[in-house]
Design a protein around this ligand. Structure first.
Ligand code: ADP
Length: 404
């Protein structure tokens, strides 16, 4: 038996394979469907997507074998990845490289093998898409083309896996950066705000009216910046999956009224009335803090993007799902912007406006609602207003409560 040679670029090849973070992951149906299809199409006993690690070959997809890996020394695929050519063995017993290979002389009694090398960059061969049978066989040109087409699909799946990994890593790096930046900014900002309050409060050295107004301006700008930093920190946390969800019984009407009370000063500032008259008495099993956070975002948006003497209505509907609707008769949102506004930092055209915001609230809210098992939707007509619906599956409802 000839042991497989090691490719010249072995260290780089193994690094690419390991960086793919795919070894020892579970079988996945897209890969598995390819090997099932191959067995069906070619009438062979076994088809595999193999990846050749330093000492072993491991199977990402496996139709027909009852092991998940074999030693590299006895692997046929390890031969296929050496010279970059497809490896065709019509009868292993007649091939000096394989006739006494234990996989030939014993189970699974390989006689026929056809393996197409798999690569992500055209240079480093990571494994193969292969067919194995217990009978000698010959592939005609048409079969060979079909096998190559299947191998291309397996390669495309590996590329997708790589792209998904890279996207996840980039996202994690972004969240980490946002989170550490926010922490770093918060300390000096708290000092700025603290000292401006001290200046205001100093009885020994009172400020002139003008100075006091200027210091007040410093403080308000600090407050605004702090709110932005908190938004960004929130976003980093939800994106990193660091938000844990509690489950508590929450009386919805009470929760909604608390949020309305909290936002009363803002409603007064914008001269918008908030109407929540017919709230049903319902208790839901949800995270109270997160629910409140989403409601604060939706209701404050309904106040901000409104008009003087405008209104905001809050309604709860119970059907196949439980929906809290925040409706306003404000400026509305153009149809082409309605999907974008759920993307972080997208302010739907209000970037230069006097209305304060970071464009992060809806992205965070949507993520939180999805983590609660629900969804956030918008229906809006420019000029007539918007309705944001926070919907949760009806199963979050506990028993009807008494009084509201
Ligand atoms: P922010 O309010 O800080 O900009 P959000 O993520 O909460 O960020 O909202 C994103 C954008 O969605 C807003 O900038 C605004 O363009 C739009 N928007 C949200 N709620 C409303 C609403 N009730 N009416 C009109 N536009 C809205």
């Amino acid at each position: 038996m000839q042991k497989p040679l090691v490719p010249d670029n072995e260290p780089a090849r193994v690094k690419i394979l390991r960086d793919l973070c795919i070894l020892d992951t579970s079988l996945e149906s897209p890969y598995q469907e390819l090997t099932e299809l191959a067995c069906d199409l070619f009438g062979v006993a076994v088809s595999l997507v193999t990846l050749v690690d330093e000492q072993r070959q491991w199977f990402k997809a496996n139709t027909g074998l009852d092991v998940s890996e074999t030693s590299r020394d006895v692997s046929f695929c390890a031969h296929a990845i050496v010279d970059g050519q497809p490896l065709l063995v019509e009868d292993a017993l007649k091939d000096e490289r394989f006739y006494d290979n234990p996989l030939v002389t014993g189970k699974p009694n390989i006689r026929f093998y056809a393996g197409i090398p798999l690569t992500l960059d055209g240079e480093h061969l990571l494994g193969t898409f292969c067919l194995i049978d217990t009978q000698p066989r010959r592939l005609n040109e048409r079969d060979y083309k079909r096998l190559q087409a299947l191998a291309k699909q397996a390669e495309a799946l590996l590329r997708l896996h790589q792209a998904r990994n890279e996207a996840q890593q980039a996202n994690a790096a972004k969240s980490e950066f946002l989170s550490s930046m926010s922490h770093e900014l918060r300390t000096p900002l708290n000092a700025i705000m603290g000292f401006s309050q001290l200046l205001q409060a100093s009885a020994a050295e009172p400020l002139s009216v003008k100075q006091s107004q200027q210091v007040e301006q410093i403080y308000r700008s600090g407050e605004h910046l702090l709110a932005l930093i908190n938004d960004v920190l929130d976003l980093a946390k939800v994106e990193a999956g660091e938000v844990s969800m509690q489950r508590e019984q929450v009386e919805l009407a009470t929760c909604i009224r608390q949020v309305i009370a909290l936002l009363k000063p803002m409603a007064d500032k914008y001269k918008v009335s908030v109407i929540a008259d017919d709230l049903p008495s319902l208790t839901a099993c949800v995270d109270p803090l997160r629910l409140r956070q989403v409601l604060v975002n939706l209701i404050s948006n309904a106040l901000k993007y409104n008009r003087p003497q405008g209104s905001v209505w809050i309604e709860v509907e119970q059907g196949t799902e439980l929906c809290i609707q925040v409706k306003d008769n404000g400026v509305g949102i153009a149809p082409e912007k309605q999907a974008e506004i759920f993307t972080a930092f997208n302010r739907g055209g209000f970037e230069q406006s006097a209305i304060e915001g970071s464009g992060v609230g809806l992205a965070v809210s949507q993520n939180l609602v999805e983590q609660m098992g629900g969804w956030l939707r918008v229906h809006s007509e420019p000029g007539n207003g918007s309705t944001f619906s926070l919907c949760l599956p009806a199963k979050v409802l506990v028993a009807p409560s008494t009084g509201s």
